[in-house]
Design a protein around this ligand. Structure first.
Ligand SMILES: [Zn+2]
Ligand SMILES: [Zn+2]
Length: 311
């Protein structure tokens, strides 16, 4: 079974496991992704799904015929140098922790579009693991972060052992495979809430993805490189987030405010490791986002941002 274009490594392994009726952790073993043979505590590389070694690329090619280029394309490292900076990442805990706290990506979890999962039969896109992945431009739906069944982030695994494919149970790519209290959640992810979004937010998401792919759009008529675009995006998010906590959007959202809201949402989604007070409990954070999205009345985020900048 070949990987689909844009698919994440964890997704491909889950689908291989379903096809072979084999737990995905054992599929990863068979592909040669195990670091320490026989190890149970940390059976996979710390960099699983983030970056691949030459040995892993060769092992996967030998086992499946998938080229090193395609295999590499399933890792977050494809965004290194554009919206992510993984230049100082090494396979040691201190290095990995530093990058996790600094970079805007979901290293062990994912967001998802329920319509995409339904149509593809459970193909999870790599870009859903970027922290600024907010909406699906194809279906014009908000991406979902958390499973309504178990309350955990999608594809987290367990509370303690994040992002490690299970070695003892089968995983259906369209169902939640999180485990709490020794129970598999099993929620049908094709039935995740479908919250429609407008054209402006989809356009903003596409602009971000263009930059992530190394093709940033012009900024004020000027060419900028992808890394510069990515840093500017983070700075704008920081400003918007700083003033955005007490702001409500009007019922009819002006285009510019909608774009800012999208940026704020992306920032809020990514800042939980930085101790943002808005985002302390994960369930509360989700409610806050939806509240922002639906709440009527109040001044626009854009006006508040400009007022703050004039101070
Ligand atoms: Zn979709
Ligand atoms: Zn669940």
């Amino acid at each position: 079974m070949a990987p689909e274009p844009g698919e994440s490594l964890a997704s491909w392994i889950d689908r291989l496991g379903e096809d072979m009726r084999c737990p995905p952790g054992l599929v990863a073993d068979d592909l040669g992704l195990r670091v320490v043979p026989g190890a149970v505590q940390r059976p996979l590389s710390l960099l699983f799904g983030i970056t691949a070694s030459d040995e892993q690329k060769a092992a996967v090619r030998a086992a499946t015929g998938v080229s090193a280029e395609v295999f590499n394309g399933m890792h977050l490292c494809v965004y290194d140098g554009t919206v992510l900076d993984l230049s100082d990442l090494a396979e040691d805990k201190a290095s990995v922790q530093r990058v996790w706290f600094r970079e805007w990506a979901l290293f062990t979890t994912s967001r998802a579009c329920p319509a995409c999962l339904a149509e593809s039969g459970g193909v999870w896109m790599l870009w859903w693991r970027l922290a600024a992945a907010a909406v699906c431009p194809v279906h014009r739906l908000m991406l979902v972060s958390h499973c309504p069944g178990c309350g955990l982030e999608l594809r987290r695994g367990t509370e303690r052992n994040q992002g490690v494919p299970p070695r003892e149970l089968l995983v259906a790519p369209t169902r939640c495979a999180n485990r709490t209290r020794n129970r598999v959640c099993g929620y049908r992810l094709t039935e995740l809430p479908r919250v429609p979004v407008g054209d402006e937010i989809c356009a903003a998401q596409l602009a971000y993805l263009d930059a992530a792919d190394g093709r940033p759009q012009l900024v004020a008529g000027r060419c900028v490189d992808a890394a510069e675009w990515g840093w500017a995006f983070r700075i704008v998010c920081g400003v918007v987030r700083f003033v955005g906590q007490t702001i409500e959007l009007p019922t009819v959202t002006p285009a510019a405010a909608a774009r800012n809201w999208w940026m704020m949402r992306a920032a809020a989604a990514s800042c939980h490791r930085a101790g943002c007070p808005v985002t302390a409990p994960s369930r509360g954070r989700r409610r806050w986002r939806l509240h922002c999205w639906r709440s009527p009345g109040g001044s626009s985020l854009r006006a508040a941002t400009m007022n703050w900048l004039r101070r």
